[in-house]
Design a protein. Structure first.
Length: 385
């Protein structure tokens, strides 16, 4: 009986441990293990110094299903922004399940019979994949992120590229032809290449999701659908009924003519800029989060300038407030607060009918919250008070 050790104690680790009996494996200590499975939150630099293989839960599940002859058709999605939304869109259009970074571990499907699975994959999940090979890979965009773990943009891109390192002419890669870093990343890939780009023809299809970036997301999904034999009209019809995901430009409500939007999943600068560009109304933007220190001062300055230009008021709290404050001088539009309660109190006396309040933090949530979901729920709770 193979002895398996699991690094971590979170959702992924618990899911792996729950399936070991089914696989006829036994849970083991690190010292006695034949194989070690690492949770995505643990960086390779923290792996134990052992001679046995250390792989991700994604790699483990793929190899087990492949060797048992139960591997479904896998459509795997990565990118810096939009992964969850596109993964959910693909599942909605194709009528299949989704798993991975979107919240359901891949290993949960190891004892299930499914024909097709849409799989969201982060750089953390991919960096310990070695043989993983999807039928269709989707790469949406690349911008600097998670550099506190990956250290350089090149290393971050290398982790993303593990998605398609084993692909050949029998597989397909759907890629954003408008993103220079994506084009660099896929250079030399042996899979059949299918490109997507912004299409005005898709404007109006996503009636519940605003923004140019969501039109790009829809374009990627239509390209995936076509590669699976779906007509563009069929994809459009399905996308029209897509409800969106919580914490991604989520409509919270309208009170006294003011619209409140929860975009707590915006955990980097580009995501927040995309959110701001999705609205033409007067904007009150809330920024918060952990100062990840993987963003340069020049990037912060450009970001704050862009946000200030597009907003009526900008409200900042949390860990990054101190850093952001050092780049703001004599601005009557960028305001700093001790907490979210103080922000909401200021907003409720500063907005007028027709305005939009956009909670789009621009950074990770771990300064004050357990997760981006917790952060978004706290915002929504205060809106409804």
């Amino acid at each position: 009986m193979k002895r398996v050790a699991v690094l971590g104690e979170g959702v992924t680790a618990r899911a792996v441990l729950s399936k070991l009996d089914y696989l006829n494996y036994s849970a083991s200590s690190i010292e006695e293990a034949d194989l070690i499975i690492a949770s995505p939150g643990i960086p390779p630099s923290d792996y134990p110094k052992v001679t046995v293989p250390i792989i991700s839960e994604i790699e483990f599940t793929y190899l087990e299903m492949r060797d048992r002859g139960t591997l479904p058709k896998i459509i795997a999605v990565t990118g810096t922004n939009g992964k969850s939304t596109v993964t959910a869109m693909i599942a909605h259009v194709l009528g299949c399940n989704y798993a991975g970074n979107i919240g359901v571990p891949f290993v949960e499907f190891i004892d299930k019979q499914v024909d097709t699975l849409a799989l969201e994959l982060s750089s953390f999940q991919l960096e310990s994949c070695f043989e993983f090979c999807p039928d269709i890979a989707v790469i949406l965009n690349i911008s600097p992120d998670h550099l506190s773990r990956h250290h350089t943009l090149s290393d971050y891109m290398e982790a993303k590229a593990r998605l398609f390192q084993n692909m050949g002419p029998d597989q397909r890669i759907v890629y954003n032809q408008d993103d220079p870093l994506v084009l660099t990343c896929i250079d030399g890939v042996g899979a059949k290449k299918l490109s997507f780009s912004f299409s005005k023809d898709l404007e109006g299809v996503l009636t519940r999701l605003p923004g140019r970036h969501n039109i790009m997301n829809a374009s990627a999904v239509v390209t995936v659908g076509a590669s699976c034999g779906y007509s563009e009209q069929k994809c459009r019809d399905q996308l029209n009924s897509f409800q969106g995901l919580a914490h991604r430009l989520e409509w919270v409500g309208e009170y006294d003519g003011v619209m409140y939007i929860n975009d707590s999943k915006a955990t980097n600068l580009d995501a927040t800029i995309n959110a701001i560009r999705s609205f033409n109304q007067a904007l009150h933007v809330i920024l918060c989060g952990q100062d990840k220190r993987d963003v340069s001062d020049s990037q912060v300055k450009l970001f704050l300038s862009a946000v200030e230009t597009r907003s009526s008021k900008v409200y900042v709290y949390g860990d990054l407030a101190q850093r952001y404050k050092s780049f703001v001088t004599d601005s009557k539009k960028v305001l700093f607060f001790k907490d979210l309660d103080a922000v909401m109190a200021a907003i409720k006396v500063g907005v007028t009918a027709g305005d939009v309040v956009l909670f789009s933090p621009s950074s990770s949530s771990y300064d004050l919250y357990k997760s981006f979901e917790h952060r978004g729920d706290e915002f929504k709770r205060r809106v409804c008070l």
